[in-house]
Unconditional design. Structure first.
Length: 330
């Protein structure tokens, strides 16, 4: 069985967020102090910030500073001996241009990774949906930025979601159950249609038709049977398991190019829209991220979709470049 560990997206995005803020306003002492405090919280934070600086340096747009909040032998060795402090004469247009190059570099380093290409049977990129007929006649439809590995044998029909989201329309087979695995989650079905999403903040299962048995062996264990119209959400941070109802026809609405949500958090909406943007979307502000929205958003126009989603809560989407959107709000 193939297993995968998702990168710590929130930490990586936070590191990028700090990097952009510091280099857009190098004299902002409050931003520098906030960054230093965040770096001191854990080695994961410091490691992510080092990676972000490495990506930035790859663009050739950043001269190493004389002092840095991240200290270590491998970090110090990366700086040239004759490093000079960066010029303080920076305007916003130059920062935006550098951010564009940064975004392209991040795409090259943080896109579908080599290991995914090696272990996955089917992979999609940003904005791509792919419908696949499996060997038993079942159908799997991959959302953007998704990857799955197929593990069929004489006893079971297994699929592992390595990344992203996939909708399954399972052909009935009483002798061989259809089993989907995603991290600590197992979804078993004999014949049904359902969607499994591995999001940055939660794992979600929504059933369009039939029944599935869900087992979760994470921080909090759970075993639940879901029927058509049932939706299950497992929060990554707390392990909390919640169940609600969804109109069956709206399960995996992204297959038609529209994201239809009813009471979803802005964080959840942004997570989905990221799969259709060939760049970075940074969401700043926990309060805004937790706000709930209801609406229909066009996935073929990510910028318009983001603006429509955050508008009810006075959120703002800044398009620094076609590759980098920053969402802010109270």
């Amino acid at each position: 069985m193939v297993t995968a560990q998702r990168p710590k997206d929130e930490i990586w995005e936070r590191a990028l967020d700090f990097l952009l803020r510091i280099h857009a306003a190098p004299d902002d002492r409050a931003a520098a102090a906030a960054r230093d405090a965040w770096l001191a919280e854990s080695e994961d934070h410091a490691s992510a910030y080092r990676r972000a600086e490495n990506v930035w340096r790859l663009t050739g747009s950043l001269r190493p500073p004389l002092e840095t909040a991240v200290v270590g032998p491998e970090h110090e060795a990366a700086w040239p001996v004759d490093a000079r402090p960066p010029s303080r004469r920076r305007d916003w247009r130059r920062a935006a241009a550098v951010a564009a190059v940064l975004a392209v570099a991040v795409l090259a380093l943080e896109g579908p990774s080599l290991w995914l290409a090696l272990v996955a049977d089917y992979v999609t990129g940003a904005g791509q949906n792919r419908e696949v007929m499996l060997s038993d006649g079942s159908m799997a439809t991959l959302n953007g930025d998704s990857a799955v590995a197929v593990n069929y044998d004489a006893a079971t029909r297994g699929v592992t979601i390595l990344e992203g989201e996939t909708f399954f329309n399972v052909k009935p087979d009483k002798k061989r159950p259809f089993i989907v695995r995603a991290e600590a989650l197992t979804v078993a079905s004999l014949g049904t249609a359902f969607d499994v999403c591995v999001g940055s903040d939660a794992l979600r299962i929504a059933v369009q038709d039939g029944t599935v048995r869900v087992k979760y062996d994470g921080t909090k264990q759970a075993e639940i049977v879901l029927a058509g119209g049932d939706r299950l959400t497992i929060d990554r941070a707390s392990g909390a398991v919640t169940q609600d109802r969804i109109v069956p026809a709206l399960v995996a609405s992204w297959r038609s190019g529209q994201l239809v949500v009813d009471g979803a958090t802005i964080s959840e909406v942004v997570d989905q829209i990221r799969r259709y943007h060939r760049g970075l979307i940074l969401l700043r502000g926990k309060t805004l991220a937790s706000r709930k929205v209801t609406g229909i958003y066009n996935l073929h126009d990510p910028l318009a979709a983001l603006r429509a989603a955050v508008a009810p809560h006075s959120g703002r989407v800044r398009e620094l470049t076609p590759y980098l959107f920053i969402i802010t709000g109270s």
